[in-house]
Design a protein. Structure first.
Length: 422
Protein backbone atom coordinates (compact mmCIF):
# COMPACT_ATOMS: atom_id res chain seq x y z
CA UNK A 1 0.00 0.00 0.00
CA UNK A 2 2.81 2.42 0.87
CA UNK A 3 4.54 1.94 -2.48
CA UNK A 4 1.32 2.26 -4.46
CA UNK A 5 -0.03 5.31 -2.65
CA UNK A 6 3.19 6.87 -1.36
CA UNK A 7 2.71 10.19 -3.18
CA UNK A 8 -0.95 10.51 -2.18
CA UNK A 9 -0.15 9.76 1.48
CA UNK A 10 2.66 12.34 1.59
CA UNK A 11 0.50 14.99 -0.08
CA UNK A 12 -2.35 14.33 2.33
CA UNK A 13 -0.05 14.46 5.35
CA UNK A 14 1.40 17.79 4.21
CA UNK A 15 -1.94 19.49 3.44
CA UNK A 16 -3.66 18.14 6.53
CA UNK A 17 -0.61 18.46 8.77
CA UNK A 18 0.01 22.15 8.07
CA UNK A 19 -3.64 22.99 8.74
CA UNK A 20 -3.74 20.78 11.84
CA UNK A 21 -0.69 22.51 13.31
CA UNK A 22 -2.28 25.90 12.61
CA UNK A 23 -5.52 24.77 14.29
CA UNK A 24 -3.66 23.49 17.35
CA UNK A 25 -1.68 26.72 17.64
CA UNK A 26 -4.84 28.84 17.41
CA UNK A 27 -6.65 26.63 19.92
CA UNK A 28 -3.73 26.72 22.37
CA UNK A 29 -3.15 30.48 22.10
CA UNK A 30 -6.67 31.86 21.74
CA UNK A 31 -9.17 29.14 22.61
CA UNK A 32 -12.30 28.15 20.66
CA UNK A 33 -13.57 31.56 19.56
CA UNK A 34 -11.20 32.16 16.58
CA UNK A 35 -12.80 29.23 14.76
CA UNK A 36 -16.08 31.19 14.59
CA UNK A 37 -14.55 34.68 14.58
CA UNK A 38 -15.96 35.58 11.16
CA UNK A 39 -19.57 36.82 11.34
CA UNK A 40 -20.94 34.31 8.83
CA UNK A 41 -19.51 31.48 10.93
CA UNK A 42 -21.66 32.54 13.86
CA UNK A 43 -24.76 32.57 11.64
CA UNK A 44 -24.00 29.05 10.38
CA UNK A 45 -23.63 27.87 13.99
CA UNK A 46 -26.86 29.61 15.00
CA UNK A 47 -28.73 27.96 12.12
CA UNK A 48 -27.30 24.56 13.11
CA UNK A 49 -28.35 25.05 16.73
CA UNK A 50 -31.86 26.09 15.67
CA UNK A 51 -32.17 22.93 13.58
CA UNK A 52 -31.16 20.82 16.59
CA UNK A 53 -33.21 22.69 19.19
CA UNK A 54 -36.26 23.89 17.28
CA UNK A 55 -36.37 21.89 14.04
CA UNK A 56 -36.25 24.97 11.82
CA UNK A 57 -33.58 26.31 9.47
CA UNK A 58 -33.34 29.86 10.80
CA UNK A 59 -30.70 32.37 11.85
CA UNK A 60 -33.02 34.07 14.36
CA UNK A 61 -31.71 34.47 17.89
CA UNK A 62 -35.09 33.81 19.50
CA UNK A 63 -38.71 32.97 18.74
CA UNK A 64 -40.38 33.39 16.38
CA UNK A 65 -37.73 31.58 14.34
CA UNK A 66 -38.06 33.09 10.86
CA UNK A 67 -37.12 30.55 8.15
CA UNK A 68 -33.99 31.47 6.19
CA UNK A 69 -34.07 31.57 2.40
CA UNK A 70 -30.64 33.05 1.67
CA UNK A 71 -28.51 30.03 2.45
CA UNK A 72 -29.02 26.40 1.60
CA UNK A 73 -28.94 23.97 4.54
CA UNK A 74 -26.02 21.70 3.69
CA UNK A 75 -23.32 23.29 5.78
CA UNK A 76 -25.54 23.95 8.80
CA UNK A 77 -26.62 20.28 8.71
CA UNK A 78 -22.94 19.32 8.55
CA UNK A 79 -22.25 21.49 11.61
CA UNK A 80 -25.38 20.23 13.34
CA UNK A 81 -24.22 16.63 13.09
CA UNK A 82 -20.96 17.35 14.90
CA UNK A 83 -22.55 19.70 17.43
CA UNK A 84 -25.01 16.89 18.23
CA UNK A 85 -22.00 14.60 18.71
CA UNK A 86 -20.54 17.21 21.10
CA UNK A 87 -17.52 17.91 18.89
CA UNK A 88 -15.83 21.21 19.72
CA UNK A 89 -15.39 24.04 17.20
CA UNK A 90 -11.70 23.17 16.98
CA UNK A 91 -12.62 19.54 16.34
CA UNK A 92 -14.92 20.52 13.48
CA UNK A 93 -12.14 22.68 12.00
CA UNK A 94 -9.81 19.64 12.14
CA UNK A 95 -12.45 17.60 10.26
CA UNK A 96 -12.52 20.34 7.62
CA UNK A 97 -8.73 20.10 7.45
CA UNK A 98 -9.14 16.39 6.74
CA UNK A 99 -11.27 17.32 3.70
CA UNK A 100 -8.58 19.80 2.65
CA UNK A 101 -6.05 16.95 2.75
CA UNK A 102 -8.25 14.86 0.46
CA UNK A 103 -8.68 17.89 -1.82
CA UNK A 104 -4.89 18.07 -2.23
CA UNK A 105 -4.81 14.38 -3.14
CA UNK A 106 -7.58 14.87 -5.72
CA UNK A 107 -5.59 17.74 -7.26
CA UNK A 108 -2.68 15.34 -7.76
CA UNK A 109 -4.88 12.59 -9.14
CA UNK A 110 -6.66 14.91 -11.57
CA UNK A 111 -3.31 16.01 -12.98
CA UNK A 112 -2.28 12.38 -13.50
CA UNK A 113 -5.64 11.48 -15.02
CA UNK A 114 -6.20 14.48 -17.30
CA UNK A 115 -2.74 15.95 -17.91
CA UNK A 116 -0.81 12.66 -17.79
CA UNK A 117 1.65 14.23 -15.38
CA UNK A 118 2.16 13.32 -11.77
CA UNK A 119 4.78 16.07 -11.57
CA UNK A 120 2.22 18.74 -12.46
CA UNK A 121 -0.05 17.31 -9.80
CA UNK A 122 2.66 17.35 -7.14
CA UNK A 123 3.46 21.02 -7.87
CA UNK A 124 -0.22 22.03 -7.76
CA UNK A 125 -0.89 20.02 -4.60
CA UNK A 126 2.19 21.45 -2.85
CA UNK A 127 1.13 25.03 -3.55
CA UNK A 128 -2.40 24.26 -2.36
CA UNK A 129 -1.08 22.61 0.80
CA UNK A 130 0.96 25.67 1.78
CA UNK A 131 -1.28 28.47 0.47
CA UNK A 132 -1.92 30.81 3.45
CA UNK A 133 -5.48 31.96 2.66
CA UNK A 134 -6.61 28.38 2.13
CA UNK A 135 -5.07 27.38 5.47
CA UNK A 136 -6.79 30.27 7.23
CA UNK A 137 -10.29 29.67 5.84
CA UNK A 138 -10.04 25.90 6.32
CA UNK A 139 -9.90 26.60 10.04
CA UNK A 140 -12.98 28.79 10.17
CA UNK A 141 -16.42 27.21 10.41
CA UNK A 142 -17.49 28.47 7.01
CA UNK A 143 -18.99 26.63 4.05
CA UNK A 144 -16.08 27.22 1.65
CA UNK A 145 -13.91 24.28 2.68
CA UNK A 146 -16.72 21.71 2.47
CA UNK A 147 -18.03 23.21 -0.77
CA UNK A 148 -14.56 23.15 -2.34
CA UNK A 149 -14.09 19.50 -1.35
CA UNK A 150 -17.46 18.51 -2.86
CA UNK A 151 -16.79 20.51 -6.03
CA UNK A 152 -13.42 18.91 -6.76
CA UNK A 153 -14.88 15.51 -5.85
CA UNK A 154 -17.62 16.11 -8.43
CA UNK A 155 -15.01 17.10 -11.03
CA UNK A 156 -12.99 13.96 -10.29
CA UNK A 157 -16.06 11.73 -10.68
CA UNK A 158 -16.97 13.58 -13.89
CA UNK A 159 -13.48 13.04 -15.28
CA UNK A 160 -13.68 9.33 -14.36
CA UNK A 161 -17.02 9.05 -16.23
CA UNK A 162 -18.91 8.18 -13.06
CA UNK A 163 -21.57 10.56 -14.24
CA UNK A 164 -24.48 9.75 -11.94
CA UNK A 165 -22.31 9.93 -8.84
CA UNK A 166 -20.94 13.22 -10.17
CA UNK A 167 -24.48 14.62 -10.45
CA UNK A 168 -25.32 13.56 -6.89
CA UNK A 169 -22.15 15.07 -5.40
CA UNK A 170 -22.55 18.33 -7.34
CA UNK A 171 -26.12 18.46 -6.02
CA UNK A 172 -24.78 18.12 -2.48
CA UNK A 173 -22.35 20.96 -3.18
CA UNK A 174 -25.29 23.19 -4.20
CA UNK A 175 -26.96 22.39 -0.89
CA UNK A 176 -23.79 23.67 0.80
CA UNK A 177 -23.45 26.78 -1.37
CA UNK A 178 -26.09 27.74 -3.96
CA UNK A 179 -23.49 28.66 -6.59
CA UNK A 180 -23.13 24.92 -7.27
CA UNK A 181 -26.49 25.15 -9.05
CA UNK A 182 -25.00 27.43 -11.71
CA UNK A 183 -22.05 25.13 -12.41
CA UNK A 184 -24.22 22.20 -13.49
CA UNK A 185 -25.05 23.53 -17.02
CA UNK A 186 -21.33 23.96 -17.68
CA UNK A 187 -20.73 20.29 -16.85
CA UNK A 188 -23.59 19.23 -19.13
CA UNK A 189 -22.15 21.33 -21.96
CA UNK A 190 -18.69 19.87 -21.37
CA UNK A 191 -20.11 16.34 -21.40
CA UNK A 192 -21.92 16.95 -24.71
CA UNK A 193 -18.81 18.44 -26.35
CA UNK A 194 -16.61 15.70 -25.00
CA UNK A 195 -18.63 12.86 -26.46
CA UNK A 196 -19.11 14.82 -29.70
CA UNK A 197 -15.39 15.23 -30.29
CA UNK A 198 -14.59 11.69 -29.17
CA UNK A 199 -17.44 10.27 -31.31
CA UNK A 200 -17.62 7.42 -28.84
CA UNK A 201 -21.40 7.30 -28.26
CA UNK A 202 -24.57 7.71 -30.29
CA UNK A 203 -26.99 10.54 -29.65
CA UNK A 204 -29.52 8.30 -27.90
CA UNK A 205 -26.96 7.10 -25.37
CA UNK A 206 -25.69 10.65 -24.76
CA UNK A 207 -29.22 12.02 -24.32
CA UNK A 208 -30.16 9.21 -21.95
CA UNK A 209 -27.12 9.78 -19.72
CA UNK A 210 -27.61 13.54 -19.74
CA UNK A 211 -31.26 13.14 -18.76
CA UNK A 212 -30.38 10.77 -15.89
CA UNK A 213 -27.72 13.23 -14.67
CA UNK A 214 -30.31 16.01 -14.64
CA UNK A 215 -32.77 13.80 -12.76
CA UNK A 216 -30.17 12.76 -10.15
CA UNK A 217 -29.05 16.37 -9.67
CA UNK A 218 -32.63 17.61 -9.24
CA UNK A 219 -33.52 14.68 -6.98
CA UNK A 220 -30.82 15.77 -4.54
CA UNK A 221 -32.06 19.37 -4.64
CA UNK A 222 -35.79 18.67 -4.76
CA UNK A 223 -36.42 18.59 -0.98
CA UNK A 224 -35.10 22.14 -0.70
CA UNK A 225 -37.11 23.34 -3.71
CA UNK A 226 -40.20 21.79 -2.11
CA UNK A 227 -39.45 23.38 1.28
CA UNK A 228 -39.17 26.82 -0.33
CA UNK A 229 -42.45 26.32 -2.16
CA UNK A 230 -44.22 25.35 1.06
CA UNK A 231 -42.64 28.05 3.24
CA UNK A 232 -42.25 30.94 0.78
CA UNK A 233 -44.60 29.94 -2.07
CA UNK A 234 -41.62 30.09 -4.44
CA UNK A 235 -39.82 27.50 -6.54
CA UNK A 236 -36.59 29.52 -6.29
CA UNK A 237 -33.67 27.59 -4.83
CA UNK A 238 -32.18 30.46 -2.83
CA UNK A 239 -32.30 34.23 -2.65
CA UNK A 240 -28.50 34.41 -2.37
CA UNK A 241 -27.80 35.07 -6.04
CA UNK A 242 -30.09 38.07 -6.39
CA UNK A 243 -29.43 39.45 -2.91
CA UNK A 244 -25.64 39.34 -3.30
CA UNK A 245 -25.81 40.69 -6.84
CA UNK A 246 -27.84 43.66 -5.62
CA UNK A 247 -26.01 44.41 -2.37
CA UNK A 248 -22.42 43.95 -3.53
CA UNK A 249 -22.42 44.59 -7.28
CA UNK A 250 -25.49 46.55 -8.39
CA UNK A 251 -25.32 48.87 -5.36
CA UNK A 252 -21.67 49.72 -6.06
CA UNK A 253 -22.50 50.30 -9.72
CA UNK A 254 -25.32 52.60 -8.62
CA UNK A 255 -23.06 54.48 -6.22
CA UNK A 256 -20.47 55.12 -8.93
CA UNK A 257 -23.09 56.24 -11.45
CA UNK A 258 -25.50 58.14 -9.14
CA UNK A 259 -28.26 55.56 -9.66
CA UNK A 260 -30.59 54.76 -6.77
CA UNK A 261 -30.57 51.05 -5.85
CA UNK A 262 -33.29 50.04 -3.41
CA UNK A 263 -33.38 47.22 -0.87
CA UNK A 264 -36.88 45.91 -0.06
CA UNK A 265 -38.21 46.08 3.48
CA UNK A 266 -40.40 43.67 5.41
CA UNK A 267 -44.13 43.83 4.70
CA UNK A 268 -46.18 45.19 7.65
CA UNK A 269 -48.12 41.95 8.01
CA UNK A 270 -45.09 39.66 7.67
CA UNK A 271 -45.03 37.03 10.47
CA UNK A 272 -42.44 37.83 13.10
CA UNK A 273 -41.97 41.44 12.06
CA UNK A 274 -39.54 43.06 14.46
CA UNK A 275 -37.61 39.86 15.19
CA UNK A 276 -33.89 39.73 14.46
CA UNK A 277 -34.00 38.93 10.78
CA UNK A 278 -32.56 40.33 7.55
CA UNK A 279 -35.82 40.75 5.68
CA UNK A 280 -34.16 41.79 2.42
CA UNK A 281 -33.20 38.11 1.97
CA UNK A 282 -36.78 36.81 1.80
CA UNK A 283 -37.56 34.78 -1.34
CA UNK A 284 -40.73 36.80 -1.79
CA UNK A 285 -38.54 39.76 -2.67
CA UNK A 286 -36.90 37.99 -5.62
CA UNK A 287 -39.18 39.56 -8.24
CA UNK A 288 -38.34 43.00 -6.86
CA UNK A 289 -34.60 42.29 -7.23
CA UNK A 290 -35.05 40.90 -10.74
CA UNK A 291 -37.15 43.82 -11.94
CA UNK A 292 -34.81 46.42 -10.47
CA UNK A 293 -31.74 44.72 -11.93
CA UNK A 294 -33.34 44.47 -15.37
CA UNK A 295 -34.46 48.10 -15.31
CA UNK A 296 -31.04 49.44 -14.32
CA UNK A 297 -28.95 47.20 -16.57
CA UNK A 298 -31.14 47.67 -19.64
CA UNK A 299 -31.09 51.40 -18.98
CA UNK A 300 -27.27 51.47 -18.80
CA UNK A 301 -26.12 48.32 -20.64
CA UNK A 302 -22.64 49.36 -21.71
CA UNK A 303 -21.79 51.04 -18.41
CA UNK A 304 -22.93 48.01 -16.42
CA UNK A 305 -21.08 45.59 -18.68
CA UNK A 306 -17.84 47.53 -18.18
CA UNK A 307 -18.35 47.65 -14.42
CA UNK A 308 -19.28 43.99 -13.95
CA UNK A 309 -16.64 42.65 -16.34
CA UNK A 310 -14.03 44.99 -14.88
CA UNK A 311 -14.84 43.81 -11.36
CA UNK A 312 -14.57 40.18 -12.46
CA UNK A 313 -11.15 40.80 -14.00
CA UNK A 314 -9.94 42.39 -10.76
CA UNK A 315 -10.97 39.25 -8.86
CA UNK A 316 -8.11 37.40 -10.57
CA UNK A 317 -5.68 39.62 -8.68
CA UNK A 318 -7.51 39.57 -5.36
CA UNK A 319 -6.51 36.62 -3.22
CA UNK A 320 -7.36 37.80 0.28
CA UNK A 321 -3.79 38.54 1.35
CA UNK A 322 -4.71 42.13 2.28
CA UNK A 323 -7.41 40.78 4.58
CA UNK A 324 -5.05 38.20 6.05
CA UNK A 325 -2.31 40.76 6.67
CA UNK A 326 -4.60 43.30 8.31
CA UNK A 327 -7.16 41.18 10.17
CA UNK A 328 -4.89 38.34 11.27
CA UNK A 329 -1.20 39.19 11.20
CA UNK A 330 -1.37 42.83 12.26
CA UNK A 331 -4.24 42.15 14.65
CA UNK A 332 -2.50 39.27 16.43
CA UNK A 333 1.22 40.04 16.05
CA UNK A 334 2.38 43.21 17.71
CA UNK A 335 5.02 44.97 15.68
CA UNK A 336 3.90 43.54 12.33
CA UNK A 337 4.30 46.79 10.41
CA UNK A 338 2.46 48.16 7.40
CA UNK A 339 5.65 47.74 5.41
CA UNK A 340 5.90 44.06 6.34
CA UNK A 341 2.22 43.60 5.48
CA UNK A 342 2.70 45.30 2.11
CA UNK A 343 5.70 43.11 1.34
CA UNK A 344 3.83 39.92 2.25
CA UNK A 345 0.81 40.89 0.16
CA UNK A 346 3.01 41.86 -2.80
CA UNK A 347 4.91 38.58 -2.63
CA UNK A 348 1.67 36.58 -2.55
CA UNK A 349 0.19 38.47 -5.49
CA UNK A 350 3.43 38.09 -7.46
CA UNK A 351 3.33 34.31 -6.92
CA UNK A 352 -0.21 34.16 -8.28
CA UNK A 353 0.74 36.22 -11.34
CA UNK A 354 3.49 33.67 -11.97
CA UNK A 355 0.99 30.82 -11.63
CA UNK A 356 -1.37 32.53 -14.09
CA UNK A 357 1.52 33.00 -16.50
CA UNK A 358 2.39 29.32 -16.41
CA UNK A 359 -1.31 28.42 -16.76
CA UNK A 360 -1.48 30.42 -20.00
CA UNK A 361 1.82 28.93 -21.18
CA UNK A 362 0.39 25.44 -20.70
CA UNK A 363 -2.12 26.06 -23.49
CA UNK A 364 0.83 25.84 -25.89
CA UNK A 365 0.45 22.06 -25.77
CA UNK A 366 -2.70 20.52 -27.21
CA UNK A 367 -2.73 17.11 -25.51
CA UNK A 368 -5.05 18.19 -22.69
CA UNK A 369 -6.67 21.21 -24.34
CA UNK A 370 -10.25 20.10 -23.61
CA UNK A 371 -9.68 19.91 -19.87
CA UNK A 372 -7.67 23.11 -19.84
CA UNK A 373 -10.58 24.93 -21.47
CA UNK A 374 -13.04 23.30 -19.10
CA UNK A 375 -11.11 24.36 -16.00
CA UNK A 376 -10.65 27.85 -17.41
CA UNK A 377 -14.39 28.07 -18.10
CA UNK A 378 -15.18 26.97 -14.53
CA UNK A 379 -12.84 29.63 -13.12
CA UNK A 380 -14.20 32.37 -15.40
CA UNK A 381 -17.81 31.45 -14.64
CA UNK A 382 -17.08 31.71 -10.94
CA UNK A 383 -15.60 35.22 -11.18
CA UNK A 384 -18.43 36.38 -13.47
CA UNK A 385 -20.99 35.14 -10.95
CA UNK A 386 -19.12 36.93 -8.17
CA UNK A 387 -18.77 40.30 -9.87
CA UNK A 388 -17.83 42.99 -7.35
CA UNK A 389 -18.54 40.55 -4.51
CA UNK A 390 -15.34 38.70 -5.40
CA UNK A 391 -13.32 41.72 -4.24
CA UNK A 392 -14.58 41.27 -0.68
CA UNK A 393 -14.87 38.54 1.96
CA UNK A 394 -11.12 37.96 2.27
CA UNK A 395 -10.82 36.04 -1.00
CA UNK A 396 -12.86 33.11 0.27
CA UNK A 397 -15.27 33.03 -2.67
CA UNK A 398 -12.41 32.13 -5.01
CA UNK A 399 -11.18 29.26 -2.83
CA UNK A 400 -13.40 26.53 -4.34
CA UNK A 401 -11.89 27.05 -7.82
CA UNK A 402 -8.32 27.53 -6.54
CA UNK A 403 -7.45 23.85 -7.20
CA UNK A 404 -8.28 24.28 -10.89
CA UNK A 405 -6.11 27.40 -11.20
CA UNK A 406 -3.29 25.46 -9.59
CA UNK A 407 -3.84 22.47 -11.88
CA UNK A 408 -3.49 24.73 -14.92
CA UNK A 409 -0.45 26.44 -13.42
CA UNK A 410 1.17 23.14 -12.41
CA UNK A 411 0.63 21.77 -15.92
CA UNK A 412 2.20 24.91 -17.39
CA UNK A 413 5.23 24.55 -15.11
CA UNK A 414 5.61 20.93 -16.20
CA UNK A 415 5.37 21.90 -19.91
CA UNK A 416 7.88 24.70 -19.34
CA UNK A 417 10.35 22.30 -17.71
CA UNK A 418 9.88 19.71 -20.47
CA UNK A 419 10.58 22.34 -23.14
CA UNK A 420 13.99 22.95 -21.57
CA UNK A 421 14.72 19.27 -21.07
CA UNK A 422 14.19 18.56 -24.76
Amino acid sequence: MWKKYKTEILIFCLAFGVRFIYAMAVWFLYGQHPFIAYSDAESFIRAAENILSHGVFSESYSAPFIPDSLRTPGYSLFLGLFLWLKVSFAGIAIIQNFFAGITAVLIYRLAKLLFFSGSAGVVAALIFSLEPVSIYWSNLLMSDSLFGFLLISAVYLFAKNRLYWFAAVLGLSALVRPVGLYFFPLFLTAYSLRVYFEKSQNIFSVSKKALIMICVFLAVLSPWFLRNKIVFDSWEFSSAGWVNLTIFTLSEFGRQNQILVLIPSMAPDYPGRGATYEDDRDLRNINFYKNQFTRIVFGHPWEYFKFHFGSAVKVFNYHGYQYLAKEVLQAKISGFSDRAAYSAVSAGNALWLLIYGFAVFGFWKREARFWQIFFAALIILNVLLLGNNGLMQGGRYSLPVMPFVLLLGGYGIWIFKKSFDT
